[in-house]
Design a protein around this ligand. Structure first.
Ligand code: DAT
Ligand code: MG
Length: 139
C-alpha cells in the first residue's frame, strides 16, 4: 500500500449513536479520498489480533468487548501525509484532551469509547488496511 494512505474505523459507539454520516462528511471535507469502505462487525478473535499490541494492558478485555459489540465502519483513506493528518483530524486518544473541532472532541464519550481509530504509522496503515480488505476491494 502506498504511504499516502491510512486506515480508520468508526467504532461501535459512533455507529450506535448515528454519527456515520457526520463523521464521513468531516473526513471528506478534510481532503481524504475513500479508497475502500464497509460496514462490518469484528469477532473477538479479530479484535484480539487487531489490538494485539495492547494484549498485556489492563484495559485489553474491555477494549475487545467494546470493539465487538456492534458494527463498525472500516475504511482506507488517501491524502498527502495521510497518517499524520488523519491523527490530527481525530484528536487525542482521550477526548478530554482532544483539541476543539477534532472528531474525538466532537463525538467521543470517553477514553475507552473514543469513536474512531486512525493508524499511527505508514507501516501499521498497510497492516491494518490489509487486515480488513483484499486488493480488489480497494479503489
Ligand atoms: P489510539 O487509538 O489513539 O491510537 P492507543 O493505540 O494507545 O490509542 O489505544 C488503542 C485504544 O485502546 C484507544 O483508542 C482506546 C483504548 N485505550 C487506550 N488507553 C486506554 C486506557 N488507559 N483505558 C482504557 N482504554 C484505553
Ligand atoms: Mg493506536
Amino acid at each position: 500500500m502506498a504511504t499516502n494512505r491510512t486506515f480508520t474505523m468508526l467504532k461501535p459507539d459512533a455507529v450506535e449513536k448515528g454519527h456515520i454520516g457526520a463523521i464521513l462528511e468531516k473526513i471528506s471535507a478534510s481532503g481524504f479520498r475513500i479508497v475502500a469502505m464497509k460496514l462490518t462487525q469484528m469477532t473477538k478473535e479479530d479484535a484480539q489480533t487487531f489490538y494485539g499490541i495492547h494484549k498485556e494492558r489492563p484495559f485489553f478485555g474491555e477494549l475487545v468487548e467494546y470493539m465487538t459489540r456492534g458494527p463498525i465502519v472500516a475504511a482506507i483513506l488517501e491524502k498527502d501525509n495521510a497518517v499524520e493528518d488523519f491523527r490530527t483530524l481525530i484528536g487525542a486518544t482521550n477526548p478530554a484532551d482532544a483539541a476543539d473541532g477534532t472528531i474525538r472532541k466532537m463525538y467521543a464519550a470517553s477514553l475507552g469509547e473514543n469513536a474512531i481509530h486512525g493508524s499511527d504509522s505508514d507501516e501499521n496503515a498497510a497492516i491494518e488496511g490489509a487486515f480488513h480488505f483484499s486488493g480488489r476491494e480497494m479503489f
